[in-house]
Design a protein around this ligand. Structure first.
Ligand code: HEM
Length: 148
C-alpha cells in the first residue's frame, strides 16, 4: 500500500548514511533520557560522558545493529510476523541489560526526530504516521521479551 511506499522511499534516503542518522537518533535519545547511557557497558564499565559513549567503537557497532534491525523491518513490510521471534528474543536481551519497556517510547520519538532531521520537508505527516505504525509494530513484538 501507499504507506509501505512512503517508508521504503524515505528509508532509501536515510540509509545512505546510517551511522550519521543513527548517531542523531541516539544523541536525541540521550538528551531525552540521559540515564540510558549508563546501560551501555563494555568491558564492565560505563561511560561517564555521553560524547565518550557516542564516539566509542562498541557503541558505533550498536548503532549499526539498530539500523540493521530497522532495515530488516523495512525489507519485511509485507511479512513483519516473520521477524516476530527474532524481535521477542531481542526484547528479552534488552530487558536483561536493564532497559525498561517504557524507554522504547522515547526511542520511537528519537527515531522520528532523526528521520525528520534527515528528510526535512519530505517527512510529511503521512510519512510520520507510516513510520509510527511500523515502529509500534516492532516494539509490540519486542515487548513480548518483557512479558514472557
Ligand atoms: C544489543 C542497549 C535500543 C538492537 C544491546 C546491548 C545493549 C543495548 C547494552 C548489548 C551490547 C551491544 O551489543 O552493544 C540498548 C538501549 C537501547 C537500545 C539502552 C535504547 C533504550 C535498541 C534498538 C534496537 C537495538 C531500538 C533495534 C531495533 C540491538 C541489537 C543488539 C543490541 C541487534 C545485539 C543483540 C545480540 O547480541 O544478539 N543493546 N539498545 N537496540 N541492541 Fe540495543
Amino acid at each position: 500500500g501507499p504507506q509501505k511506499e512512503l517508508i521504503r522511499e524515505s528509508w532509501q534516503t536515510v540509509s545512505q548514511d546510517q551511522l550519521h542518522h543513527g548517531t542523531v537518533l541516539f544523541s536525541r535519545l540521550f538528551e531525552l533520557e540521559p540515564e540510558l547511557v549508563f546501560l551501555f557497558q563494555y568491558n564492565s564499565s560505563h561511560f561517564s560522558k555521553v560524547q565518550d559513549c557516542l564516539s566509542s567503537a562498541e557503541f558505533t557497532e550498536h548503532i549499526r545493529k539498530v539500523m540493521t534491525v530497522i532495515d530488516a523491518a523495512v525489507s519485511s513490510l509485507d511479512c513483519l510476523s516473520s521477524l516476530d521471534e527474532y524481535l521477542t528474543s531481542l526484547g528479552r536481551k534488552h530487558r536483561a541489560v536493564g532497559v525498561k519497556l517504557e524507554s522504547f517510547n522515547t526511542v520511537g520519538e528519537s527515531l522520528l526526530f532523526a528521520l525528520e532531521s534527515c528528510l526535512g520537508d519530505a517527512f510529511t505527516s503521512d510519512t510520520r504516521e507510516a513510520w509510527s505504525l511500523l515502529y509500534a509494530n516492532v516494539v509490540q513484538s519486542m515487548s513480548r521479551g518483557w512479558h514472557r
